[in-house]
Design a protein around this ligand. Structure first.
Ligand SMILES: [Zn+2]
Length: 129
């Protein structure tokens, strides 16, 4: 399956267009708030998971983070399909402490790519099951 492919969407899905603030992140310490503890294990540095063991590159839903992984507020359940202009098709697989309101965070493989994206306000197409 290529990156640009449309994920499977239920035929009953309601298609909604929404203006949202879209930011970007990667699996690095800065983007996902983790650090190595004194025994060299990665732990969360903020949020409700603070101090707990962090699996680098694993999303809140337990999937491997990859291009197309979207972190969204909890009103969008894991598995919700979205289309973001300039990014392409994605699926909600992650959450974030700073993600409130109509805001998304898109996963990129490198911190450089995440920085290049920056912060944009755009119309996102959401497929609500
Ligand atoms: Zn990063």
């Amino acid at each position: 399956m290529g990156c640009g492919n449309k994920p499977e969407v239920s035929p009953d899905a309601v298609v909604v267009e929404k203006s949202m603030w879209v930011t970007a992140y990667c699996h690095c310490e800065k983007c996902t708030s983790w650090t190595m503890d004194s025994s060299g294990r990665p732990v969360f540095t903020s949020g409700s998971e603070k101090g707990k063991r962090k699996e680098i590159g694993i999303t809140a839903s337990g999937e491997y983070a990859k291009k197309g992984t979207i972190a969204a507020p909890s009103k969008y359940p894991f598995g919700t399909v979205m289309y973001v202009p300039g990014y392409g098709w994605g699926t909600v697989q992650d959450r974030g402490g700073a993600i409130k309101g109509d805001k998304l965070d898109l996963y990129f493989k490198s911190h450089k790519k995440a920085l290049e994206w920056g912060r944009k306000n755009m119309k996102v197409t959401i497929y609500l099951d």
